[in-house]
Design a protein around this ligand. Sequence first.
Ligand code: SF4
Length: 328
Amino acid sequence: MAKKGRVFSGARPTGRQHLGNYLGAIKNYVALQEDYECVYCIVDIHALTTVETTADLKQNTYEMALDWLAAGIRPEESILFVQSHVPQVMELHTLLSMVTQLGKLTDLPTFKEKVRQQPDNINYGLVGYPVLMTADIVLYKTDVVPVGIDQAPHIEFAREIVRSFNYRFNTKVLIEPQAKHTEVLKVLGIDGKEKMGKSLNNHIEIAAAPEETQQRVMQMVTDPARVKRTDPGNPDVCNVYTMHKLFSSPDEIEMVNRDCRTAALGCVDCKKLYAKNLNKHLEPFRAKRAELASKTGYVEEVLNDGAKRACAIAEKTMEEVREAIQLP
Ligand code: SF4
């Protein structure tokens, strides 16, 4: 079947993925393969703007790629690669920076937020982050970028840079990418308050052993008003119930919703049921991950092959870009 166009998406190498990554991004990446030619990039250069050490960068890249592959990214169709393996992106970043106004970059809320977060490391890369992101997208002649509603301004900014470039050099070589709005599920951590994330240690790794998964689930914060076992609970304010809705059967969801309210169901049993269903759901993924991990050099081969295919597209774009600028 003819594909609808090319999708690009990138994510920083954060190592073993957690449920938030799985539900918020990976599942969507896998689904997009049905209709689009997909280019998925592990953006290690972007990570350098904020990481304190690069000691884990290689391992984190490997673990993340392994999780994506085990979850269903098909490397024979989709291109999966590491950003720094395609050096043309750095060249395009430099060229795009010539048509991007500095004031606009320093005015962006995302830059201001980073300045607040790391006042002692306001590096040049942070300012140029959206330009490098634009280079990532347009280098592969991307038609569509899947984004949550809060990321839509980033794509609009990328489109502005493309328009500036095409206008400045009187060309049409760069394509304005379209945002494909996807509902990005916000998954709360086991604290039941903050978004799931490694930095808060409130996460559940999808590749964890079933026992470890159960342990983490048992630590989940529930309805705070339910103090004693005999207190009725309110599933509407409980993150465990939210997760049941994603991983349990319709009958089980109905039972939790009903029996929690009358205290017929206790939180311990409720969490055990969720842990069991979550482990069952992740079983095929974990088996596939173990199989792929046992093939020595498999992930590296996939990433090398992805880089080769990505480089071929990138070099063609750069030839057109250099010619449009009339570089000598
Ligand atoms: Fe939450 Fe389940 Fe406890 Fe109700 S019984 S408060 S849904 S953990």
